[in-house]
Design a protein around this ligand. Structure first.
Ligand SMILES: Nc1nc2c(c(=O)[nH]1)N[C@H]1C(S)=C(S)[C@@H](COP(=O)(O)O)O[C@H]1N2
Ligand SMILES: [Mo]
Length: 558
């Protein structure tokens, strides 16, 4: 059989008699077999794509690329749905959804093949082309590689379709009133064996590709810092780098920074428990030896820094609490970590920011953008140290949190500032560029709102009457927290005890001992920030600039 797609797209009757089993055209293939053949054919094309993407750098997963395109092109009206799809688990949901849609389309293509095999062939080519086009949107993609991969996927998908349709039995599907003869059974068994074998191959290939895709990002971060896993003598993509000590270190938190209350959020969230939000379906794996940070736009001279050059700059350490604008009141899309890296201001000074530049637009390797006013850094009453973080809690920045470098700007929601997989910093005006989430309906300027959360007891939980520790965290980066109050059943506000805050840019633990009387009770919390402003009780949804209102929980006292 030839491997030219157009040749394969001829009707099955035109294929060699041996494979066509000389029983007649695809038209006579029973519907269920045709659909199964198409589904398996689409599955092999899809698995080829995932496997190649897992094997080769510069080749995005077509499934993930299509998922990302769907997210990017989602109409602004659906932004709440889209945002809610961004949790780590929901990424898997999108990948599964895309896979299911492809398989369903494959089944349809199988049915189409009963009428015109050529059309079905072109439908497979079109399906593969959609994956290829979506992949090309990914700035980390190597164009020719994507084209070659797509050709392979189409070739394999077409081949599978032709082979399966040729192997499929002809004639009406057996009915109870029509006795099944032996040759019918043989034909069906042969087809099902072939379809099963191809399907199993596709499953294994796809699974291997997917495992490699998710494993690759972690390996990248580990290698770059020689972080423990074996030697890297091969002179691989990521040379080992040593990151010097910070010139301006942040002291480890003292015992007074935490309360010993079981269930309270730790003042520093371990990296593997830190919330994760981004538009990436597959964590970008950045080859640090080819990576550089470019500062351009309204600057006196463009600056390009390799990773080695970047970490040669004086490093600072800061505890900063970052939060997601889509965090609901009482939600956990907020976390606190120690961030280490050069000061953004030092890198900007190397480039020389021009007077008219009113906006800083950081851009990631995948083209995602944030944007915040230049004045946020230069507020004379309150200058802020933004960090180009290369470490998170003393470890190399994990792949999911932006390896090799990300931006941390005290006091701003993540979507306007905390760019992961940082690649470029553009100096521009506020009018010239709206960053990724702004046209999708989120606020252009987004300082983190004052919030407080009750961690213990649990909402809906039950406790014994008597003294009960009520505790949680409160944050208002980078205004600081001056007071936290709790009230029971809308009674008088009671002042909680605050732990020592690590900095005004971090959250602080609070605790209040409640003399709980039996019955059902409502507990409510509010914070006052460092400027004396009390957290509002006016409830707003996260969209467009962050959720407002008090966190409250219901507790049963026995
Ligand atoms: N490249 C890139 N950086 C990004 C995002 C993204 O989608 N892409 N999401 C931002 C958002 S909305 C938030 S809240 C923070 C979350 O950072 P984390 O995942 O490290 O907690 O990353 C920000 N940085
Ligand atoms: Mo976010």
């Amino acid at each position: 059989m030839t491997d030219h797609p157009a040749a394969q797209a001829r009707p099955a009757s035109a294929t060699p008699a041996s494979t066509a089993s000389a029983v007649g055209p695809a038209r006579r293939v029973p519907v269920a077999f045709a659909a199964l053949g198409g589904l398996v054919a689409a599955g092999t094309a899809l698995a080829t794509g995932e496997l190649l993407a897992g094997l080769l750098n510069g080749l995005p997963s077509p499934v993930a690329a299509v998922g990302s395109a769907a997210i990017d092109f989602a109409p602004p009206g659906s932004k709440d749905v889209v945002i809610s799809l961004f949790g780590t688990n929901d990424k898997t949901a999108i990948l599964v959804l895309v896979t299911l849609v492809v398989l369903a389309l494959g089944a349809g293509i199988g049915l189409l093949a009963r009428r015109r095999l050529a059309f079905a062939g072109w439908a497979i080519v079109a399906l593969v082309a959609v994956g290829g086009l979506a992949s090309l949107r990914d700035p980390t993609a190597t164009g020719p590689l994507v084209v070659i991969a797509a050709a392979l996927e189409a070739g394999i998908g077409l081949q599978a379709l032709v082979v399966l349709l040729a192997a499929a039995p002809r004639g009406a599907a057996p009915r109870p009133e029509r006795p099944t003869d032996a040759s019918d059974l043989r034909g069906r068994r042969g087809f099902l064996l072939q379809a099963g074998a191809l399907g199993a191959l596709a499953l294994v290939g796809g699974a291997v590709g997917r495992t490699m895709l998710s494993g690759r990002a972690d390996a990248t971060a580990g290698d770059a810092f020689g972080g423990g896993t074996g030697s890297n003598g091969s002179g691989g993509a990521n040379a080992r780098l040593t990151i010097r000590q910070a010139v301006d270190p942040a002291p480890a938190p003292g015992p007074d920074a935490s309360f010993n209350v079981p269930g309270i959020t730790p003042v520093i969230v371990p990296n593997d428990q830190f919330y994760r939000i981004d538009t990436e379906l597959i964590t970008p794996s950045v080859d640090v030896s080819g990576w550089s940070l470019r500062v351009f736009g309204m600057v006196d001279k463009e600056v390009n820094l390799t990773f080695a050059e970047l970490v040669q700059l004086p490093l600072i350490e800061r505890y900063v609490t970052i939060a997601c604008v889509s965090n609901e009141v009482g939600g956990n899309l907020v976390g606190n970590a120690k961030w280490t890296g050069p000061k953004l201001a030092d890198v900007l000074a190397m480039a020389g920011v021009q007077a008219g530049a009113t906006q800083i637009v950081p851009r990631s390797v995948d083209g995602w953008t944030a944007g915040f006013p230049t004045s946020w850094l230069h507020d004379p009453a309150h200058p802020r140290d933004a960090v180009i973080a290369v470490k998170m809690n003393d470890a190399p920045l994990p792949a999911e949190h932006g390896f090799p470098a990300r931006l941390i700007v005290p006091g701003l929601y993540g979507y306007v500032s905390a760019t992961k997989w940082l690649k470029e910093i553009q100096l521009t005006t506020l009018e010239a560029i709206d960053a990724y989430w702004v046209p999708r309906g989120w606020a252009k300027e987004a300082p983190i709102l004052t919030q407080s959360r009750i961690d213990v007891p649990h909402d809906g939980g039950s406790v014994n009457a008597g003294p009960v520790a009520v505790a949680g965290v409160a944050w208002a980066p980078d205004r600081g927290i001056s007071k936290v109050e709790v009230r029971v059943d809308r009674g008088a506000w009671q002042t909680a005890t605050l732990a020592t805050e690590l900095s005004a840019a971090t959250w602080v633990q609070w605790k209040w001992v409640w003399q709980a009387a039996s019955g059902q009770h409502i507990l409510e919390v509010r914070a006052t920030d460092g400027t004396g402003a009390v957290q509002t009780d006016r409830v707003t949804p996260p969209d467009p600039d962050g959720a407002r209102g008090h966190h409250q929980i219901a507790v049963q006292v026995a």
